[in-house]
Design a protein around this ligand. Structure first.
Ligand code: GLN
Length: 239
């Protein structure tokens, strides 16, 4: 079995070590004897989504998002087809905002990919903190760090989790991120996956299920990862 991960525009969308998410997906696949390769795409490259099993769209500043936006229209149709076909996507912060219809800043409105029915508007102050989420569909809480000016509204879509500490999508509705088909959109910055091995396995498993019809994964020894996750949960949620 083999997984191919597409890393979109890493020179622009790679804030706070989002690349660590790729390393985590590669390692957790390889440890199970699943071959894994990553293809990094620059702005000028054409992307054959039919060759990809997982796509990472990382975080970027407003300036970098603006540059990437100029390219999104060209890839939108193929990316849309990939998502509707069940392709796995991890989109973080700036990348998460770009999944939606638009990101409205004080200066302009950046047109997004419209892959998921959501939108973002810049607000003040920036929402910066550690963050903890709960989602009964996952075996562990989701822990991370957020730093964004945008407020994202996901309508009736399913959130990635319920905020039990931190701000989340917009600081108002107690929700964080979005889950749509096999897309995970979130403000939790990289490296999100090393802190949350259950989310890494969720992406890998969905990708294997789509490609081979077999998503079951051999368990790994996650003793340390689980301890770290529990420690963060205790520190922020139980005080
Ligand atoms: N520029 C966006 C915001 O501040 C996203 C920033 C980021 O990716 N950290 O809302």
């Amino acid at each position: 079995m083999k997984l191919t991960i597409g890393h979109l525009y890493p020179e622009l969308l790679n804030l706070y070590g989002d690349r660590g998410n790729i390393q985590c997906m590669m390692k957790r696949s390889l440890w199970r004897g699943i071959e894994a390769e990553t293809i990094a795409f620059g702005l000028e490259d054409s992307i054959d989504f039919s060759k990809l099993d997982i796509v990472l769209l990382g975080g970027g500043s407003d300036r970098e998002q603006r540059i990437v936006c100029s390219r999104l229209r060209d890839i939108r149709e193929n990316f849309h087809h990939y998502v509707e076909d069940g392709g796995s996507v991890l989109a973080v912060c700036g990348g998460y905002q770009l999944l939606g219809h638009y990101y409205k800043t004080e200066e302009d409105t950046l047109e997004g990919l419209s892959l998921v029915d959501l939108y973002t508007e810049q607000g003040s102050p920036r929402l910066i903190d550690n963050i903890v989420l709960e989602n009964p569909d996952f075996s562990l809480p989701i822990v991370g760090f957020e730093n964004h000016g945008g407020r994202t509204y996901i309508g009736d879509n399913k959130p990635f989790g319920k905020v039990v500490y931190g701000h989340g999508n917009n600081g108002e509705d107690g929700q964080e991120g979005v889950l749509y088909k096999n897309v995970v959109g979130t403000y939790l910055h990289g490296p999100l996956l090393p802190k949350n091995p259950h989310i890494c396995d969720y992406l890998i498993s969905n990708a294997l299920e789509r490609k081979y019809g077999k998503g079951a994964l051999e368990p790994l020894d996650d003793t340390q990862e689980i301890q770290a996750n529990q420690e963060l949960y205790k520190r922020f949620v139980q005080g």
